[in-house]
Design a binder for this molecule. Structure first.
Ligand SMILES: [Zn+2]
Length: 319
């Protein structure tokens, strides 16, 4: 009997002593509680792939985030040269914000794999894809990367439509709120303020571009499709025959003839496209060439769209 009683006590002790993993977790939780109370509130470390999503994150996150942008605003976002600092930034990030829709498919995945940061892996809480919050244009019926088409999952340049910027800003506020609940109200308030300011600016931009509704525009890459659609301008053609494909001489001859026939007066292109090709098409077709940014040059999304609106307006205004 005595033996049985000892055995029973041992069984009881084993049953009611938490396993080491649970004890350790409890200790960490208590430590975290102890540290969280007196410490100053740390800003979230955010890494953004491009300056458009960075500008929105800065607007929504304010001083509650510190933001590193990987691609330079003048770089082609499809083909970004990875610098050694990228891995360091990614390894420390609480949140990685990307455009998505394959925009960064050519350069971001190996960097994330090598950064050894579980927080920002695909599907983790610290990963945000802007493309998931907008309606993409030109989604192909079948996936086709033949000839190197870099828009095989739809057009990823959706932040050129200011309405999409409001959608992404609000979604970003929810993401930041989830990662930093203590600042949730501040994130949401800043997103709401941005949306309201943007509404006012959109009305003004619309007024300024109304006289040019239906005007034909040629671009180099399919970069400005969302901008043109937002302001009721028509994409007549592109200098690249397909996204990411160099134009042939015969393509340029056909395009120039089409531009003359359709009286296209504007070539809109980002600054990093081959200037000689663009000026030659402009000279041969009689259209004006406007080189507008594809990405904000600073943290100011509104100034970025303003620059494009001003460029288009000045080119299409009758002399
Ligand atoms: Zn593109």
């Amino acid at each position: 009997m005595k033996k049985l009683s000892v055995l029973f006590k041992q069984v009881l002790r084993v049953a009611f002593t938490p396993p080491p993993a649970i004890r350790a977790a409890a200790a960490v939780a208590l430590l975290a509680l102890g540290l969280a109370a007196p410490a100053a509130h740390a800003a979230l470390n955010v890494v953004a792939t491009t300056s458009d999503v960075a500008a929105l994150a800065k607007t929504v996150g304010g001083d509650d985030v510190t933001i590193i942008t990987l691609a330079r605003p003048t770089e082609d976002p499809h083909f970004v040269d990875a610098r050694p600092s990228f891995l360091r930034h990614l390894s420390r990030a609480d949140l990685l914000i990307e455009g998505g829709a394959d925009l960064e498919a050519g350069w971001l995945p190996p960097l994330v794999n090598n950064a050894r940061n579980r927080k920002i892996l695909s599907g983790a809480a610290g990963r945000f894809l802007a493309a998931e919050h907008v309606r993409l244009r030109d989604i192909p019926a079948t996936l086709d990367r033949s000839q190197g088409d870099v828009h095989a999952h739809g057009n990823p340049h959706f932040l050129l439509d200011p309405a999409n910027a409001a959608l992404v800003a609000n979604a970003l506020a929810e993401k930041l709120a989830a990662l930093d609940p203590a600042k949730a109200a501040a994130h949401r308030a800043r997103a709401k303020k941005f949306s309201a300011t943007l509404d006012g600016k959109r009305a003004e931009w619309n007024r300024r571009l109304v006289p040019f509704r239906g005007a034909g525009v040629v671009t180099y890459h399919r970069s400005f499709d969302y901008f043109l659609a937002a302001f009721h301008l028509n994409l007549s053609g592109t200098i690249e025959p397909k996204p990411g494909i160099e134009p042939s001489a015969s393509h340029l001859v056909a395009l120039t003839a089409q531009m003359k026939r359709e009286k296209v007066r504007l070539i809109l292109t980002e600054p990093n496209r081959p200037i000689r090709t663009c000026t030659r098409v402009a000279a041969q077709s009689g259209a004006k060439l406007v080189r507008a940014p594809l990405m904000p040059l600073n943290d100011d999304y509104l100034a970025f769209i303003e620059a494009i609106v001003t460029g288009v307006e000045s080119a299409l205004r009758p002399e």
